[in-house]
Design a protein around this ligand. Sequence first.
Ligand SMILES: Nc1nc2c(ncn2[C@@H]2O[C@H](COP(=O)(O)OP(=O)(O)OP(=O)(O)O)[C@@H](O)[C@H]2O)c(=O)[nH]1
Ligand SMILES: [Mg+2]
Length: 352
Amino acid sequence: MPRRAGYPRRVRHPLRPRVRPRVRPITEGRPPPSVEILDAAFRKAHRASAHGTTRLDRSRRNAKLRIVRSSAIVLRLIRGLGKSATTPPLSELDHRLLNTHFPEGSLERSMRRLRTAEGRIRRLLEDEERRLSTLATEDDFGDLVRRTYGRLASYIQEIDPDLERLHEIVRFRRDRPEVLPGVPSVVVAGFPNVGKSSLVARLSSAKPEVAPYAFTTRAIVVGHTDLGFDRLQVVDTPGVLGRAARANEAEQEALAVVGTNPTVIVFVLDPSGTSGYPLVDQERLLERWKTEFPRIPIVAVETKADLGRSNSDRLAVSAVSGVGIDALRKELQRLLAQRAVPVPAEPSGDIE
Ligand SMILES: Nc1nc2c(ncn2[C@@H]2O[C@H](COP(=O)(O)OP(=O)(O)OP(=O)(O)O)[C@@H](O)[C@H]2O)c(=O)[nH]1
Ligand SMILES: [Mg+2]
């Protein structure tokens, strides 16, 4: 049908926004971190009030209090941020996970700049304190305080992107469950939508999201279980499509976990076809990982056994009916016992 003259080609739905909203960084619309730091520092420093024998003496002492206090507060706040970003110390996995979401070396770079700013502030304070002792008038004291505040502000504003990055890293680390390096870990991995999270929920205390589409799990989820060990971590991972060079952020997160020497990998295969991924593609990735990680035991498990199974002799389980879950637990127990680190003998305490 010919288009009527003057009729718009695309009619906007009245409820659809005119401009598609962008994905906004968390900080957009908020003042940069330096504003908060400087605000706190100058506000508290300005409340300082010193005693003195004369007006001039009081004025000098006040100036000193202000420069000392403002620098101390700035130093305390930036050190605190650096500490939050690096505590507890990053494990190899933490480093790998950070590198999947931030440009490589971001944390180290921002920490270096933070330390440089700390050094500059300490030197500034020393210089200005020295200079203060050579000044003689109230106007001079006032100028010195203003100049110190100005320098402090410029040093901190210069590292705003780093302070911002460190805030992001703190949030990222806070939102990630901790995988303890010294505790045995079972990493559940495989193609997307094959039933990894459902299996993790069956095996451990974790309550990961389960849904009938790929990439439901976007970040690792950690659950705990017993299996006769003090503590065993069961790690749910996002799906991996096996396209190493084109892996998205979620896949990279899974690869980071798989590559950090877990105690056992449970490789989940879905032969039912309901995941949307052919079994041959899943098997290809399994074979690749066997060669890539020759020292890590990989248990290949077929899920969705309630829907049928392939004619392989792999362990078959169903998160729905519970079939095969006990057998899988037993297999994990056997492998974990083999991999258990021998406990070093207690020193006898005898003095020879
Ligand atoms: N019938 C049946 N369906 C299952 C079983 N396990 C999982 N499913 C279904 O398969 C779909 C995907 O399950 P998930 O556990 O989210 O799969 P996943 O591998 O974690 O998916 P991603 O996180 O997207 O990679 C959901 O609809 C589940 O209900 C099973 O044993 N039997
Ligand atoms: Mg999942």
